[in-house]
Design a protein around this ligand. Sequence first.
Ligand code: ADP
Ligand code: MG
Length: 358
Amino acid sequence: MLSVTGLRKVYGRVPALDGVDLDVPTGTLTAVLGPSGCGKTTLLRCVAGFERVDAGAITLAGRHVAGVPAHRRRVAVVPQEGALFPHLSVAGNVGYGLNRAERGSGRVEEVLALVGLDGYGARMPHQLSGGQQQRVAVARALAPRPPLVLLDEPFSALDAALRTELRRDVRQALRADGATAVLVTHDQAEALSIADQVAVMNGGRIEQSGPPTTVYQEPASPWVAGFVGEAVLLPGTTHGAMVETALGRLPLRDPATDRVQRNTTVLVRPEQIDLRTEGYGVVATVVRHDFHGHDALVALRLADGTEVTARVNSEAGALSVGQLVGVAVRGAARAFDTTSPGADGHPSHTTPGLAGQR
Ligand code: ADP
Ligand code: MG
């Protein structure tokens, strides 16, 4: 439905978009995931037709949209908040983009039901909670059956519990209506949980796109690995299908396609690191313990001084700082060619999941 190739947009001398390629299949939800300032909003504004692009092409339903004004692209946009007309009722807001016949056809009621607001048509926006207002904004976007719905961090102004519920419901509404949508977010949990495809964006480019499991399990670069979840990155030396690291000799996830060299950067996820008693695997010292309710992250220092993070279930919370433990890795490691773009060169310690800090 949407295809973006080589898209560039420069503000002054700073490229906000530096060659973006993105394909969004009909009827699917793509999450564009990236840190603040990486160009997510600019990308949406270019696709919607609010910005002139400096280079590259955008096709919508197979047609080039260069020179097509925003209103003729019919792309719907759901902003972060404050999207509703305050003086119009819920039904008035949802029916705003519809003609008389469409308004009479029951479409307004249909999309309100899809977002869980059956019977709310007569309410005014100020009589709704923040979450309900975002539901109305989604219903209004869906109402005219646009070829594409763009959502710009639509849940970020809401508190955590509400956000989880709303993103589930909105995804279901988009699915039920057969909509094609692009949602941008800086929240990796949000992207992984709702999207059919995740496009990871950094510095005005898409570094990787693919199904959520692929992006998490087979990140294209150490940067992607660290942004999409927690990553333990270690220097390693490959020997055929194995790699030697401070965590021991580990099997490589995909020795054939990992473009490995002898010296490489190795990724394991904290949930792959098993903690037992001393005498098992390699020895490590507990340096920190962060309890998260459902699990805990334990920072460990290995004999050579490298720090790594293990995810343990909360019953293992009896660990104390300074304690010696035995550590081993379950499953396979991923190796990065350290000369590939995105490899930062220096053998890093644990990169905390950035999304968790926001
Ligand atoms: P994101 O939505 O990922 O946080 P944006 O697309 O808003 O990022 O911004 C990308 C970059 O472009 C940033 O460096 C931002 O400062 C810059 N930028 C965005 N809009 C403008 C503008 N209208 N004028 C100048 N610079 C802008
Ligand atoms: Mg933005």
